[in-house]
Write a protein that binds this ligand. Structure first.
Ligand SMILES: *Cc1c(COP(=O)(O)O)cnc(C)c1O
Length: 394
């Protein structure tokens, strides 16, 4: 392989054209930084679409995975492995007890949750799942149907039955949508793709009461909000309630592909042997990576850092908003899950930031998504703010 353009040409010729890509070839990552093929350094404030939540190539992940690579890479789920056993115990005891199902991605974790809910309701013929407008739950047929955005569904009919969408943070709309075939409510406590929309305290509390009263599973999709980004290990912990099931993926594996569904004790018997499976799910190598991520969060006090740096970033962005009130409309955040709503097109801003070697994201057309790794420091935030400010000034 000779150069950047050759690599890009190969990809554009042989990889199915389902992504909009920026023409940069990355060859190295460390912490909040990435390097391209030509040696240029980029500050990454949207690391791996929220996958590299500890930053790139975190040393605890690298060493745990290197160690595990030399022992055993894969053990099928007909047998047992220590990293998977340890990870399940840690996820259960750091959340709401119960048991864990392992898979490889966010969509698969949500598929598992949908199957769990349907299995729970099957005896009574209940299968309807209520989800939120502007939600995002994945790209498989069931999860794109669960997703509350039309654009992901176009061209894929017929879609599976049994999903309805209601406005986010609207308890009356939810009440009205419940009927005698409803079995679950699935919600992101902080909507990611939807533009960093944060569920209200009252709403989640009433939602929990309602689900208890109507015998509905309350499923939290924490694929994006989980693993420390919100300042707590899981975003539901901001609300003083417990969900019945929670899905995780993205930064769970520190860059390696792993998904998980945590299920509360009451529902663990809904899925019995033979009812669900994943060939790769929770393999020793990805489980070792996820254990290292949990180690880092605990031992390096990364929740503290996420909270402190989240406040700092919010303060700096608020100053920017005061300086450019016509451009910045609103800032929403929980620790390092940050959305900056603009009065102008956000994609143009993202593009100009890339030219100045700052990577951020735009969602819903006008919302900048800024989600640095939870290991980020003040210097890196200052640098990002300086670049963003230069771009907005123009
Ligand atoms: C990214 C995401 C998913 C889908 O995860 P994949 O790993 O891409 O399948 C599901 N839910 C939420 C909230 C997400 O952010």
């Amino acid at each position: 392989m000779e150069n950047t353009q050759e690599i890009i040409n190969l990809c554009n010729t042989y990889v199915l054209n389902t992504y909009t890509r920026t023409p940069i070839v990355f060859v190295k990552g460390k912490g909040s930084y990435l390097w391209d093929e030509e040696g240029k350094r980029y500050l990454d404030f949207f690391p791996g679409w929220a996958v590299s939540g500890l930053g790139h190539c975190h040393k605890r992940v690298v060493s745990a995975v290197s160690r595990q690579l030399k022992e055993i890479i894969h053990v099928s789920n007909n047998y047992y492995s220590k990293p998977q056993a340890q990870l399940a115990e840690r996820l259960s005891s750091s959340s709401f007890g119960g048991r864990v199902f392992f898979c490889n991605s966010g969509a698969e974790a949500n598929e598992a949750a949908i199957k769990l809910a349907r299995a729970y309701g099957a005896a009574e013929g209940r299968y309807k799942i209520i989800t939120m407008e502007k939600s995002f739950h994945g790209r498989t047929l069931a999860t794109l149907t669960a997703t509350g955005q039309e654009k992901v569904k176009k061209g894929f009919a017929p879609l599976p039955e049994g999903f309805v969408h209601v406005p986010f943070n609207d308890i009356n709309a939810l009440k009205e949508a419940i009927d005698d075939i409803t079995v679950a409510v699935m919600i992101e406590p902080i909507q990611g793709e939807g533009g960093i929309n944060i569920a209200d305290d009252d709403y989640i509390r009433e939602l929990r009461v309602l689900c208890n009263a109507k015998d509905l599973l309350l499923i939290f999709d924490e694929v994006q909000s989980g693993m420390g980004r919100s300042g707590k290990l899981f975003a539901y912990q901001h609300y003083n309630i417990l969900p019945d099931a929670m899905t995780l993926a993205k930064s769970l594996g520190g860059g390696l592909p792993i998904g998980a569904m945590v299920v509360a004790d009451k529902f663990v018997d809904c899925l019995k042997p033979g009812m669900h499976a994943s060939t790769f799910g929770g393999s020793p190598i990805v489980s070792a990576a996820a254990n290292a991520v949990l180690d880092a969060i605990e031992k390096d006090r990364l929740l503290d850092n996420a909270n402190k740096m989240g406040e700092y970033l919010f303060k700096q962005l608020s100053r920017l908003k005061r300086r450019y009130p016509k451009i910045i409309n609103n800032i929403r955040h929980k620790a390092l899950m940050v959305g900056v709503e603009l009065n102008i097109d956000g994609n143009a801003i993202v593009e100009k930031c890339v030219n100045k070697r700052l990577l951020i994201n735009c969602t819903q057309g006008n919302i900048l998504r800024i989600m640095p790794s939870i290991t980020v420091n003040k210097g890196e935030i200052n640098k990002a703010i300086r670049i963003l400010s230069e771009v907005i000034a123009k």
